[in-house]
Design a protein around this ligand. Sequence first.
Ligand code: FAD
Length: 371
Amino acid sequence: MNRQKAEKKQTEISVIGSGIAGITTAFHLGKKGYKVNLIDPTVNSKINNLTPKNGTQSSLGVLMGNIYKRSTGRAFSLRNKSMKLWKEWINQINYPGSNFLFEKPFIKLASSEKEYESMIELSKNKKEYGIELLDKDSLDFWNSIFETKLTGGLISHEDGRLNPIQLIKLLMHSLDQIKINKIEKNVIRIKKNSGSQNKSWRINLENNQSIDQDYIIICSALNTQKLLKPLGHEILLEPILGQVIELELENKNENWEKWPAILNYQSINFIHQHHNHMLIGATVERGTNPSLLYKQEMLKMNNTAPKWIAKAKIIHEWSGIRAKPINEPAPLLKHLEPGLLINTGHYRNGVLLAPACAEWIELKIEENNIN
Ligand SMILES: Cc1cc2nc3c(=O)[nH]c(=O)nc-3n(C[C@H](O)[C@H](O)[C@H](O)COP(=O)(O)OP(=O)(O)OC[C@H]3O[C@@H](n4cnc5c(N)ncnc54)[C@H](O)[C@@H]3O)c2cc1C
């Protein structure tokens, strides 16, 4: 074993929070050879969206990486990098028989002339990203589905969806393969050790247990502020809620095979599930209580809902909370002090941006170890 590899094996890192930010950070650091603990009271809980344990399990897993108007800046590079990394990572986490796929494409329908004008602009600027305007046949198809006369729409061939439940299960399986230690506990407190101690940080867990570590990566969404305040780091986050509804449609639609991975119309995502089931979501609501009004508005679609939605039966619904940074752009990627980093504040696009954010953390640790 070379010296660098041996040093990494000696470097102990705890990742706090096992949502998508924490799991992918642990995965990436583990692959690079670090000794990693992933700490979360729900780390071994059943992964599902019937009773989602965190923002990630509530998510729809839509990846809109390419359909983005900017071509420079931090947000663009995180998206761009993540879209490339997801392709590699899906190959790494799949095992014989798992057949996990990046479902594509993504179609967006314009709800106004103005929206269509910006789609025309995007299709010109992002042609090489696989984005083009919908042709007449496609528009006719969507007109009949939504019983309307649409101005236009856009298809992004390389955007789509990662089913979040399958994704988390596969990532968790990969964490076991690369020997990430999962600790099913709540972190109560983190503090700095004195200079004379071997490891710089102490993590206090519930039941009076504690572990000493070289690095701590905080990926605990809204709870991040509570863990950091005693250390003098003021991180401000507010809760943003999202709702998803699963509908059972009255008739089996023979057009399912034409349905893309994601259809987005009036800012609502429509995801065809098996048989005549459809997921619709997600809302963006301030606070922590799901509002009936938002749900009703989503179902009414500005009083343009087609009959198949109006007649559908709600068979399941859920909501999830995500952490939005106050006065700062999401996500929060910060190296707060030696050995203490955060990867949080993913109120939107947390699944999309996860690989690039995990890589950012690893590069910071690498830089720090070299200096
Ligand atoms: C309805 C809905 C739909 C969405 N759709 C999409 C989408 O289509 N595409 C997309 O990219 N994003 C989507 N999102 C956003 C995405 O879900 C979030 O950005 C992402 O899940 C945030 O992940 P996270 O790891 O930061 O937080 P979380 O998934 O919330 O995980 C935080 C974890 O930290 C743990 N934790 C907290 N405190 C402690 C502590 N003291 N000790 C130990 N562990 C702790 C919690 O138990 C939790 O498991 C959606 C969100 C919702 C709610």
